[in-house]
Design a protein around this ligand. Structure first.
Ligand code: HEM
Length: 179
């Protein structure tokens, strides 16, 4: 069945949950690769890459907190019938994705402050930080940011694996719940 015909028959996520989901997805496609290549970028354009990564990365934090709020206020639609093990695997992956996508920008933000670079978010003003310049703490915070970054990649691969499993192998309407 084509998407427009199927959509009205599927119980979908709340519109706010769907919009926030796709906003975070699009932002991640920019923030993640930009962060990963910064170390290879020539000095004269490096600052632009930092600005894109940090400003949009910090935006992800607020969008994720909004998503969490929506999820707690409006429970997601019921899962289509499937073995418990898959429901559990999806639940764990989703929880870990929420945790990682909230902690990642927090650690990035704290690390940059510890390196001595406060964030002037989109030029709106400097964001208050609980820690100031701390050269000993900075590399520790940054290594958590790097580790979380690669964990997000693994979780994202599992998430896409779930989409392929539902949409291609089981041919159930799970994907349409988020469209
Ligand atoms: C969800 C949001 C974010 C994601 C997914 C993310 C992801 C990443 C990734 C994958 C890297 C490369 C790690 C590596 O070198 O292997 C990175 C580096 C970095 N991130 Fe983030 N990041 C996010 C938010 C932030 C925020 C909000 C800040 C600061 C305000 C920040 C600051 C940095 C810095 C300073 C680096 C090091 C770049 C370098 O010099 O190589 N990140 N990030």
């Amino acid at each position: 069945m084509a998407v427009p015909e199927l959509l009205p028959t599927v119980e979908r996520y709340h519109p706010a949950a769907r919009i926030l989901h796709w906003m975070v997805a699009v932002l991640l496609f920019v923030v993640f690769p930009v962060g990963a290549v910064i170390k290879f970028i020539k000095e004269d354009v490096k600052l632009t890459f930092y600005a894109i990564h940090e400003n949009l990365g910090f935006l992800i934090l607020w969008l994720m907190l909004a998503r969490l709020t929506v999820r707690l206020l409006v429970p997601p639609p019921l899962e289509p019938p499937m073995p418990k093990i898959f429901v559990r695997a999806a639940g764990i992956t989703h929880r870990l994705l929420y945790a990682a996508l909230i902690l990642q920008p927090i650690f990035g933000f704290l690390a940059t402050n510890a390196f001595g670079f406060p964030l002037n978010w989109f030029g709106l003003g400097v964001v208050w930080s609980p820690i100031g310049k701390d050269p000993e703490l900075a590399p520790i915070l940054m290594s958590v940011h790097v580790a979380l970054g690669w964990s997000i990649l693994v979780l994202f691969a599992l998430h896409i694996g779930g989409v392929v499993f539902h949409h291609v192998l089981r041919r159930d309407p799970t994907l349409y719940r988020m469209l």
